[in-house]
Ligand binder design. Structure first.
Ligand code: HSE
Length: 300
């Protein structure tokens, strides 16, 4: 039996569209075992009533893809997932299923692939690299494409940096949130984002929370996604300045992520609750640690 713990992730962090990722202290657990014949899947927690328990299951699909790649044939497979990451909220639930499935299958097959090889495979399955990189490597990850495929540089955020995640009840499919993006952007907007993305990495690594309000500004995706996310314009236009905290759409949304220093947490949660109640928005507020390790394997 292999057990794998995979963190939730937030992508983009504002300006780092499809490039920056951050692992969060909320985890799904995936257990996998060669057992019997055929495929047997049990799901607990988030998605237990909706997710498929056959070959269409994302964890099982990823595992089968890895087995095929390394030419390993399990005689039968039992998969159990305990899901804490809410589905379709921009918190990397699909990346966690893909990474968890690949890493658990790799362990069962005798660990033939490195994490960098698993990262490439996970990116191919997911279609973009930012969530899977953070789920695999932990901390803050910078992804970049080379002729040889996607690569990632994991970095350790300052211990003082924390997140507060605002999670709505409704889901938003990533495909829908990507469909509203323009094919081309202006040079000025590209320069705006490059400066903020660089600033963001410096701020997160050096614990410069004073830079986070400016560093989370974006012109490449959030303005186009605003109509899909209730209250996002208010949070990015007003709340960010009033509370002096970083505010960004989490991945493709609809969750919103606030980046703060630990000393701001209590006050920020209290004020965020005030803004949410005042506007009658439907978000629950969940403070989260940064996960510095990424996916963890426990063998028994
Ligand atoms: N970078 C991706 C997007 C993340 O914004 O569409 C999806 O979770």
């Amino acid at each position: 039996m292999v057990e794998v713990n995979v963190p939730a992730t937030t992508a983009n962090l504002g300006p780092g569209f499809d490039v920056l990722g951050l692992a969060l202290g909320l985890h799904n657990t995936i257990r996998m075992e060669e057992w019997g014949s055929g495929l047997s899947i049990r799901i607990y927690g988030e998605g237990s009533l909706d997710l498929p328990t056959d070959e269409e299951n994302a964890v099982s699909k990823a595992a089968m893809r890895l087995f095929e790649e390394v030419d390993y044939r399990p005689h039968g497979l039992y998969i159990e997932t305990v899901n804490k990451i809410p589905l379709g909220r921009g918190l990397g639930s699909s990346a966690s299923a893909i990474v968890g499935g690949l890493v658990a299958a790799n362990e069962l097959a005798g660990a033939p692939l490195s994490h960098q090889e698993i990262f490439k495979m996970a990116t191919q399955i997911e279609g973009h690299p930012d969530n899977v990189a953070a789920a695999l490597f932990g901390g803050l990850t910078i992804c970049y494409q080379t002729e040889d495929g996607w690569r990632s540089l994991p970095l350790r955020p300052a211990d003082s940096i924390k997140a507060i995640v605002l999670i709505p009840d409704e889901q938003l499919p990533t495909s829908e949130s990507r469909a509203v993006l323009p094919i081309e952007v202006t040079h000025a907007d590209a320069v705006f984002n490059i400066s903020r993305a660089a600033l963001l990495v410096g701020a997160v690594l050096n614990g410069r929370s004073d830079m986070l309000p400016e560093a989370t500004r974006d012109r490449l995706h959030q303005p186009y996604r605003e109509p899909l996310i209730p209250g996002l314009d208010h949070f990015t236009a007003n709340v960010r300045e009033m509370l002096e905290i970083g505010v960004a759409l989490s991945g493709a949304g609809p969750s919103i992520i606030c980046l703060i220093s630990a000393s701001q947490e209590k006050e920020a949660c209290r004020k965020l609750k005030g803004f949410i109640d005042e506007r009658q928005l439907n978000y629950r507020i969940q403070p989260m640690e940064i996960d510095q390790c990424g996916v963890r394997v426990i063998r028994s």
